[in-house]
Design a protein around this ligand. Structure first.
Ligand code: GLN
Length: 487
C-alpha cells in the first residue's frame, strides 16, 4: 500500500483512524527518498526520523501535522543535521540550533526525513547551481526540462510523491516558480508572517520562508503552524494569526481582481493563456469582479535588473561571514587571515554565485552606489508604489506564473525579450513589496503541469487562499503528483 501520494489532510484522517502509523509513513518516505532519481536530496535523515516516528503512538486529532513526514530546503538550520546550503563552503556544517520553523514543526510532531537540494545558497532559478549538480523535474524522465529553483529539491520531492509538504525559501520566486514546473501549490506569505530565524539569509529585504503542498487546504494548515511572532527574528510580525481553514470560502462576491495586461501579452505559450482565461471566467461565476489594467512596461521590464542589483548587493554583505574563520571551509596552510579567506571563498563558492558577489560588490562600491545600488532602490520604491496603488483598489493580482510551460536546461532564451523580462520575472513584485503570493496549478500540457499566481494585500493571505480554493475546485488539479499526472 502506498500512502504518500495523499495530501496532509487525507493522511491525517488515516492516522487518526489508525489505518496507518507515523512509522509506516516515515519508512515509506525514506524508502522513496532513497530511490529518488531526481537528485532532490542533500541528506536523508533516516535513523532519527524512524526512531522518532516509532515513538509517536497516540494520534492527535486536532493536529494535522502529527506524524506527517516532510522535507526542508537545505538552507534551514537543523540542529545536529548537516546543513550545506548546497554549497561546498558549508559542506561539513552541522548547526547547533534549529530554525524556528523547524522547531515549530517539531512541536507539532511532524517528522523531518530529509534536507533538499537548492541552487547554491538559494541564488538561482534553474536548480543547477548547487554543489550536487542538476536537480531534475520528476515529470520529465528525459531530464531535458528543469524543475526550476532555487527550492528545486523541495519541489521535486513533493511532486514525486515522497512527502506531502516541504519547506522552501523565496527571495524572487524560488518557491512559486518551481511550484509551476512541478504542478504544486507554492506559498510565500507576507514578509514578517513567518519567522526567518535560522534561514540562511540571501537578501533579507526580500527573503521569505514559504512552502509547497498539493492542495490549498494543506497550504492553509501549514501557515497556521508556521506563522507567528518570534522574538528571535526582529522582522517577524506581531499581527494576529488566523484559522485560515475555517475561513475558507468560495464566495467571491465583492472581491476585485486585477489582471495586468502587459504580463499576459508577454506570455509565449498560448495554452497558458487559454487555461488562465478559463479559470478567470470561472472566478467571475463565483462572484469575483475582474479588471484588465495596464502598467507602464518600463516598470515591468525593470523588475529583473532591479532585483539583480539589490539581491546581489544584499547577498554580498550577508555572506561575508562565510570566510573560513567564522563559518565555512578551512583549507589550511595559510599564513594570514586574508589568505584563509581567499582560499575558503575561492574553493568554497561555485562560479555562479561568485559572479553575483562581483555584481553585488561592484554595485556597493562608493563610486558606483548612486548609479547602481541607490538607483535600484529608487526603482524598487516606484514599482512598489505602483503595486500598492493597484492593491488599494483590488484585492488581488492574478497572473500566469511563467511564460513557457517547460523550460529546457540549455535554454538559449533572449534575456532581453518580454517573455523573459516580464513573464518569467514578474513574481519578484511580491518580494519587492513583501506581499503574500500563492501559485497553484491551472492546467497541464502533454502531461506537464503549470501554475497561475495570486498576489494579495499585505497580511490578507485569506483572500488569496479563497480565490485559490475556487480555482482548485474548478480545475480539479488538487493533489497532483507524477503518479497522478494528467495527460
Ligand atoms: N531566481 C531568482 C534568483 O536567481 C530567485 C531566487 C530566490 O528566490 N531565492 O535570484
Amino acid at each position: 500500500m502506498k500512502y504518500l501520494d495523499k495530501t496532509i489532510q487525507e493522511l491525517h484522517a488515516l492516522l487518526v483512524k489508525k489505518e496507518v502509523t507515523p512509522y509506516d509513513l516515515v519508512c515509506e518516505a525514506i524508502q522513496r527518498a532513497k530511490e529518488d532519481k531526481n537528485n532532490a536530496f542533500e541528506t536523508i535523515v533516516e535513523e532519527e526520523a524512524i526512531a522518532y516516528a516509532k515513538s509517536l503512538k497516540e494520534p492527535e486529532e486536532d493536529n494535522l501535522f502529527w506524524g506527517i513526514p516532510y522535507v526542508a530546503k537545505d538552507n534551514f538550520s537543523t540542529k545536529g543535521i548537516l546543513t550545506t546550503g548546497s554549497s561546498d563552503i558549508l559542506k561539513d556544517y552541522v548547526p547547533v540550533f534549529d530554525a524556528t520553523v523547524i522547531e515549530k514543526l517539531k512541536a507539532k510532531k511532524a517528522v523531518l526525513i530529509g534536507k533538499t537540494t537548492l541552487d547554491e545558497l538559494a541564488m538561482g532559478g534553474t536548480g543547477t547551481s548547487g554543489h550536487k549538480g542538476k536537480t531534475f523535474n520528476p515529470y520529465d524522465p528525459t531530464h531535458t526540462y528543469m524543475i526550476g529553483g532555487s527550492s528545486c529539491g523541495s519541489a521535486a520531492s513533493v511532486a514525486a510523491g515522497i512527502v506531502p509538504f516541504a519547506l522552501g525559501s523565496d527571495t524572487g520566486d524560488s518557491i512559486r516558480k518551481p511550484a509551476s514546473y512541478a504542478g504544486l501549490v507554492g506559498m510565500k506569505p507576507t514578509w514578517g508572517r513567518i519567522s526567518r530565524y535560522g534561514l540562511f539569509p540571501f537578501a533579507p529585504s526580500m527573503d521569505h520562508v514559504g512552502y509547497f503542498t498539493r492542495s490549498i487546504f494543506d497550504a492553509c494548515s501549514a501557515l497556521e503552524v508556521l506563522e507567528g511572532y518570534d522574538p528571535k527574528d526582529m522582522t517577524s510580525s506581531k499581527k494576529e494569526t488566523k484559522n485560515y481553514r475555517k475561513a475558507l470560502s468560495t464566495d467571491l462576491k465583492n472581491i476585485k481582481i486585477a489582471v495586468i495586461k502587459e504580463i499576459l501579452e508577454s506570455v509565449e505559450d498560448q495554452k497558458i493563456l487559454d487555461d488562465f482565461a478559463k479559470t478567470r471566467n470561472y472566478l467571475e461565476s463565483c462572484g469575483a469582479e475582474f479588471q484588465e489594467i495596464s502598467v507602464d512596461k518600463s516598470l515591468l521590464t525593470a523588475i529583473f535588473g532591479t532585483y539583480f542589483v539589490l539581491s546581489c548587493s544584499e547577498a554580498t554583505s550577508n555572506n561575508a561571514n562565510l570566510d573560513g574563520i567564522k563559518f565555512g571551509l578551512r583549507i589550511g596552510g595559510e599564513k594570514t587571515y586574508q589568505e584563509v579567506m581567499m582560499n575558503a571563498r575561492t574553493k568554497g563558492f561555485g562560479e555562479f554565485i561568485k559572479r553575483r558577489f562581483v555584481i553585488g560588490s561592484y554595485s556597493l562600491f562608493k563610486e558606483n552606489q548612486d548609479e547602481l545600488f541607490l538607483l535600484a532602490q529608487k526603482a524598487r520604491r516606484i514599482i512598489v508604489n505602483k503595486i500598492n496603488e493597484i492593491l488599494k483598489e483590488y484585492h488581488a493580482i492574478y497572473s500566469p506564473c511563467v511564460g513557457r510551460i517547460r523550460n529546457p536546461f540549455d535554454s538559449q532564451e533572449d534575456r532581453l525579450s518580454d517573455n523573459y523580462l516580464i513573464a518569467e520575472n514578474h513574481l519578484a513584485l511580491a518580494n519587492f513589496a513583501g506581499l503574500p503570493s500563492l501559485s497553484l496549478p491551472i492546467g497541464t500540457d502533454d502531461g506537464f503541469p503549470f501554475d497561475a499566481n495570486l498576489t494579495g494585500r499585505a497580511f490578507d493571505e485569506q483572500t488569496i487562499f479563497n480565490i485559490g480554493w475556487c480555482i482548485e475546485k474548478y480545475t480539479g488539479l488538487e493533489n497532483l503528483s507524477v503518479e497522478r499526472r494528467v495527460k
